[in-house]
Design a protein around this ligand. Structure first.
Ligand code: PLP
Length: 294
């Protein structure tokens, strides 16, 4: 089945899809994105991702280019046309094409692109075996709560990790506290079984998966503390994991060369993963709304 993507009102073959050279996403990173997992035909946390998309847009003084209903339809149509039930759905919205000028252009229509890519949620080796991470300085801008397409610091962080022979990077702020992963939220589980993750602020992207984990914690009487933690505290934790739309809940088995727990994926991360999968499969509870919390 030839691959098809949605670009500004049309479904086009992947090999012919293009965006104008003066699209503001290309020249200024003047746009936002979302990634939604479609797991066995279920849109994982679609409600929350669309809530966050609207909020990211509004923070940049942009509207949704189409209604939520239309966007929901377009995503499903992309999946249908590509014959996919397990996929990562990438939505990108920019301020559109205009002559290069820093100020917002007048009368320009926004660009909307939807790309669906096959994703094997069941065969995710990171989830099964855990991943190794290194910490490095968080060099991003001050509005990390906006899911902006300006991802260069994360690109550099990820490459630094790969060049160092590990799988991913956890970024650390100027005061020495972990912010988040290059494309995920960072979690540790203390010796007494408390889940710890950084409080919501402009310093991190509040994950939609994170929001679902908060709900799972409430429903399963698991202790959750939103507070700062250092890499050192993480080295000594019982378990660590990351959360995101495609990696779901991925155990972290090593940080900066320190084995976490016994160096194998932890039991609690596994339990949370199972709970999250059941929730995504529609077996437990309804999808939760996402709020910025700011
Ligand atoms: N933090 C950052 C920097 C991210 O890029 C992502 C996902 O891409 C997340 C957190 C996790 O967000 P979500 O769970 O909504 O995918």
């Amino acid at each position: 089945m030839p691959r098809v993507v949605y670009v500004n009102g049309q479904y086009v073959p992947y090999t012919q899809a293009h965006i104008h050279v003066e699209d503001r996403g290309f020249q200024f990173a003047d746009g936002v994105y979302e990634v939604i997992g479609c797991v066995h035909g279920h849109m994982a946390d679609e409600t929350g991702h669309l809530d966050r998309l609207e909020r990211s847009l509004s923070e940049l003084q942009m509207d949704m280019p189409v209604s939520r209903e239309t966007l929901r339809f377009l995503m499903r149509e992309c999946l249908r046309r590509n014959g996919l039930a397990n996929a990562g759905i990438y939505i990108q919205i920019t301020r559109g094409q205009a002559k290069r000028d820093f100020k917002f252009p007048a009368g320009t229509s926004q660009s909307l692109v939807i790309i669906v890519s096959p994703f094997d949620f069941d065969g995710n080796l990171g989830v099964a075996n855990g991943v190794r991470v290194k910490t490095l300085e968080d060099i991003r801008w001050k509005r990390r709560d906006v899911k902006s397409v300006a991802l260069l610091p994360q690109v550099l962080a990820k490459q630094d990790a790969i060049d160092s022979g590990v799988d991913d990077a956890w970024m650390v702020d100027g005061d020495g506290y972990v912010t988040e992963g290059s494309a995920s939220n960072a979690w540790i589980i203390t010796k007494d079984g408390t889940l710890v993750t950084r409080p919501v602020s402009y310093d991190i992207l509040r994950g939609v998966t994170r929001t679902a984990i908060e709900k799972i914690c409430r429903e399963n009487d698991l202790q959750l503390e939103e507070r700062l933690f250092t890499p050192k505290e993480a080295y000594e934790a019982n378990e660590a994991f990351t959360s995101s739309a495609t990696a779901l809940i991925t155990p972290v088995i090593e940080i900066d060369g320190h084995k976490i727990g016994d160096g194998k994926p932890g039991k609690m991360a596994h339990r949370l993963y199972e709970e999250y999968r059941a929730y995504v499969d529609g077996l437990r509870g309804k999808q939760v709304h996402w709020e910025s919390g700011l």
